[in-house]
Design a protein around this ligand. Structure first.
Ligand code: ZN
Length: 335
């Protein structure tokens, strides 16, 4: 990418102080995260978010006390009617102000087939971070809505100790996943199509899913946890009020993705965060602002040597994509 191109794209950027080079989750939050509690997300993991309800008073920080009591999805599978309702609401309230053009262009990949188990389904894939983020703190440090509070537009993401960046990993898995889902007949929309740009902001990433009326959306990340911890985890949204209609279907999506990913990759569930590979959070703009069923997956811990070895393997990334696709397919088809 060229800085001039970026400059053009982001004409209105406000310059803020330096960019925090951080991973997705603070190592310190790890170990003792209670089951399904809202694990404080490091500000490093800014997730894109559209600005839906203007009426919400932006409080400075998310209240970690929220409602994560087990979103009581006891039955493993959301009912069809619940999904339909969520989807209807999503459609109704979808329009979030589209963000400025700090974004890379949205790549809409046309379905490659008109049949298949996912025909008629729309899946939005959000590869976390971007390659130009580190060089453009003036863009990614801008505060944007994350629901009831504001967060930086985006973050740099983490990297393995060997220098393999998270943004490259997430893009690679996203493209592999897109191919698999398209082959099954789904329409796939990516929130970014290369690693040569900056952003998009977390609110925009969420808005892309909303505007596509996605049947399922997923943000792909890899964590920057403590080096002794390893494994993957999936993050489902807790309710902040405005997103209440997606909480239940998203939880089901999280269960399905967790299962598909574990089976597809053999990756252990995280040993340093979440519980059994699953957590519910209300501090992520990308989930708070979503009006469609959405989850995050932290595919492994980039700071752990064994995980890093897997993440840097193309064969593993293919298995990751296959596993995530299996989870999404299970969710969309009800198995
Ligand atoms: Zn990340």
């Amino acid at each position: 990418m060229t800085s001039t191109a970026i400059g053009r794209r982001v004409a209105a950027a406000t310059v803020l102080a330096g960019v925090a080079l951080t991973g997705c989750a603070p190592p310190s939050t790890a170990a003792s995260a209670p089951a399904r509690s809202v694990t404080p997300f490091s500000s490093s993991m800014a997730t894109p978010t559209p600005t839906p309800t203007p009426s919400r008073t932006p409080s400075v920080r998310p209240t970690p006390t929220a409602t994560h009591s087990p979103v009581a999805i006891t039955s493993p599978r959301a009912t069809a009617s619940a999904r339909a309702t969520a989807s209807a609401r999503a459609t109704a309230s979808a329009r979030a102000p589209t963000a400025p053009s700090t974004t890379t262009s949205v790549a809409a990949l046309p379905p490659s087939t008109t049949s298949g188990s996912l025909a008629g389904k729309v899946v939005v894939i959000d590869p976390g971070h971007n390659g130009g983020n580190a060089a453009h703190p003036e863009i990614i440090n801008q505060l944007v809505s994350a629901g009831t509070f504001r967060k930086p537009c985006d973050t740099t993401g983490t990297a393995t100790n060997g220098g393999y960046p998270e943004y490259a990993f997430t893009m690679d898995v996203a493209l592999r996943l897109a191919s698999i889902l398209r082959a099954q007949g789904a329409k796939v929309v990516l929130t970014r199509s290369s690693s040569a740009g900056v952003g998009p902001c977390i609110n925009v990433r969420a808005a892309i899913g909303n505007e596509a009326h996605a049947d399922a959306a997923i943000s792909i990340h890899a964590d920057g946890g403590p080096s002794t911890g390893y494994g993957f985890h999936v993050i489902a949204p807790g309710s902040i009020g405005t997103n209440s209609s997606i909480v239940k279907p998203s939880y089901q999506l999280a269960l399905d993705v967790r299962s598909g990913y574990a089976t597809g990759t053999g990756e252990h569930t995280a040993t340093y965060i979440a519980t059994n590979g699953l957590t519910v959070r209300t501090d992520l703009g990308g989930l708070n602002l979503s009006t469609v069923p959405k989850v995050f997956i932290e595919c492994a811990n980039m700071r752990n040597a064994a995980d890093a070895a897997r993440l840097t393997s193309a064969a593993f990334r293919q298995r990751a994509a296959v596993g995530i696709a299996a989870g999404i397919t299970a969710f969309l088809t009800g198995r």
